[in-house]
Design a protein around this ligand. Structure first.
Ligand SMILES: Cc1cc2nc3c(=O)[nH]c(=O)nc-3n(C[C@H](O)[C@H](O)[C@H](O)COP(=O)(O)OP(=O)(O)OC[C@H]3O[C@@H](n4cnc5c(N)ncnc54)[C@H](O)[C@@H]3O)c2cc1C
Ligand SMILES: NC(=O)c1ccc[n+]([C@@H]2O[C@H](COP(=O)([O-])OP(=O)(O)OC[C@H]3O[C@@H](n4cnc5c(N)ncnc54)[C@H](O)[C@@H]3O)[C@@H](O)[C@H]2O)c1
Length: 458
């Protein structure tokens, strides 16, 4: 006989643990199943360790620029082992925090094994079978490994395995010029590696507007990062000096010889080994679980939260999925996925903060637009800090005064963007911001100015 629970949660990522907390507090019996590391991607191989490493890279970079600020530090050397040890402490503390929280949670039974559907209500965990009234999937995603020719003949890193690196790569070749590729590129360059980013598209981080992409490329190239675009037919072979990556680009040498390779070419959902067919849960062509606005799958008692549902690949979107499910099931409060405004940051230095539409998307929408831009060289706070790379751009609907989107590529851009986002959530016109008095000296104080200086899009 299977042990029965009110709820089964599969995956201890960004949504599952918080939902376990709410369900148990509401008096429900909960089984939570995690097959690997408590805290999932963000805590163990994603946001937290990478942002800890980005912080080390920033400190090293600033120390190298020390003389500009009046610091006499001499030559800066990098202790890579300490960089990795610092990162390790950050992720281990966070992982053990989630683990002890769950294991100490009243009414929550934690299983540490792979979970797989046996039927729409039953989950197999090794030898054991458990059943649940409701089942919540929070199984996340993993690095996609494209079937590049020769990829199995060389050793390569993904965002997970690179966390265990013990020696600084002499020349790290990064395949993929988007979030993961660019964050690792800049941090390892600052640690002292030679870096080549190989991207198959015609520009870096192609979801962004061309002016954002081009400025990011210039920032990275200024630090000595080599960028190869339009790379078709990427292939790998062993080489006496490491690994040869065949590039077949339209220009530049046809091969890049590196000591190590990092694959950063996107993610695939952890749904192929869940036995979803036995539960009758539908996925799309890419394996993402199909859900409605309330995160219910086509099987009414089964829900999917976080990256496995394809409606966001960020920690805040996974956590918001938990909030939506908890509000709808426990608080009699209607929250929907479509209430969410797209927002994220890219943690290169300076960071890119993003909210809503890009200019390209806004133009495609056919609306009449007003656009405001301001270089960070004209932001006092950036000048004072000596960090003037980048620019701000805001996009407004000329007829309704609604803010459609914003990009802040510049120092503090990841924080400053949030004030724009809040006005977008409040559904207030951009004039709410032009009438606000912001604190001096901050990056945010120029946001009213940039909205006060809009021009019609040509
Ligand atoms: C290098 C990197 C940097 C990132 N940086 C950021 C950032 O700065 N900001 C940001 O917002 N996002 C960032 N992200 C994205 C963010 O980490 C993810 O979007 C987020 O962690 C997804 O959370 P989740 O809850 O959907 O899944 P996950 O956190 O991946 O959790 C899923 C869990 O389910 C478990 N699991 C899977 N299948 C089973 C099964 N069958 N049985 C039992 N357990 C199972 C897994 O072991 C895992 O623990 C980054 C990602 C990467 C890779
Ligand atoms: N700061 C953040 O919030 C942050 C940081 C890192 C990762 N993430 C999340 O992780 C997810 C995955 O990031 P990612 O950068 O791996 O994926 P991505 O999907 O954003 O980008 C993959 C890149 O690889 C390129 N690519 C794909 N196939 C290729 C091939 N065969 N050869 C060469 N280039 C190829 C694509 O053109 C694209 O530029 C993101 O969607 C993001 O949500 C977020």
């Amino acid at each position: 006989m299977s042990k029965h629970f009110d709820a089964i949660i599969i995956g201890a990522g960004q949504a599952g643990p918080s939902l376990a907390g709410r369900l148990t507090a509401a008096g429900k019996s909960v089984a939570l199943v995690e097959r690997k590391l408590f805290g999932g991607t963000c805590v163990n191989t994603g946001c937290m360790p990478t942002k800890a490493m980005v912080a080390s890279a920033y400190a090293i970079h600033t120390a190298r620029r020390g003389a500009e600020y009046g610091m006499a530090v001499g030559a800066v050397s990098v202790d890579f082992a300490r960089v990795m040890a610092r990162k390790e402490k950050v992720r281990l503390d966070a992982r053990s925090g989630v683990e002890s929280w769950l294991k100490g949670m009243k009414n929550c039974t934690v299983f540490e094994a792979h979970a797989r559907f046996e039927s729409p209500t039953e989950i197999r965990i090794g030898e054991e079978l458990i059943s649940g009234e409701q089942i919540f999937l929070n199984t996340g995603a993993r690095a996609a490994v494209p079937d590049f020719s020769g990829v199995d003949e060389v050793s390569y890193f993904t965002n997970s395995s690179i966390m265990d690196l013990t020696e600084l790569p002499e020349h790290l070749v990064i395949i993929g010029g988007s979030y993961i590729g660019l964050e690792f590129a800049q941090m390892f360059r600052r640690f002292g590696s030679k870096i080549t980013v190989i991207e198959k598209g015609p520009r870096l981080i192609a979801r962004e507007d061309p002016d954002v992409s081009d400025t990011i490329r210039a920032i990275l190239e200024e630090e000595g990062i080599h960028v190869r675009l339009n790379a078709e037919c990427i292939r790998f072979a062993k080489h006496e000096d490491g690994i040869a990556a065949g590039v077949d680009c339209t220009s530049g040498p046809p091969e890049v010889i590196g000591s190590h390779v990092l694959l950063a070419t996107g993610r695939r959902p952890n749904t192929d080994d869940l036995g979803l067919d036995k539960a009758g849960v539908k996925t799309d062509a890419r394996g993402y679980i199909e859900v409605d606005d309330f995160l219910r799958t086509n099987v009414p008692h089964i829900f999917a939260m976080g990256e496995c549902n394809g409606h966001g690949a960020f920690t805040h979107t996974a956590y918001n999925d938990f909030e939506i499910v908890a509000a709808d099931l426990l608080d009699n409060d209607t929250r929907r996925v479509t209430d969410r405004i797209l927002a994220y940051a890219l943690y290169i230095d300076p960071p890119l903060g993003r909210a809503g539409m890009t200019e390209t998307e806004a133009r495609k929408s056919g609306r009449k637009l007003l656009i405001g831009t301001r270089p960070m060289t004209r932001v006092g706070r950036a000048v004072e800090k000596g960090e003037t790379q980048g620019f701000m751009k805001v996009i407004v609907d000329a007829d309704t005064k609604e803010i459609l989107g914003a990009s802040i590529l510049g120092t503090g851009g990841d924080e400053a963007i949030q004030s724009i986002l809040d006005v977008m959530y409040a559904k207030r016109p951009y004039t709410t911001i032009t009438r606000a008095v912001h604190i001096h000296p901050t990056v945010s104080e120029l946001i009213p100015t940039v909205f006060g200086d809009l021009s019609p899009a040509t």
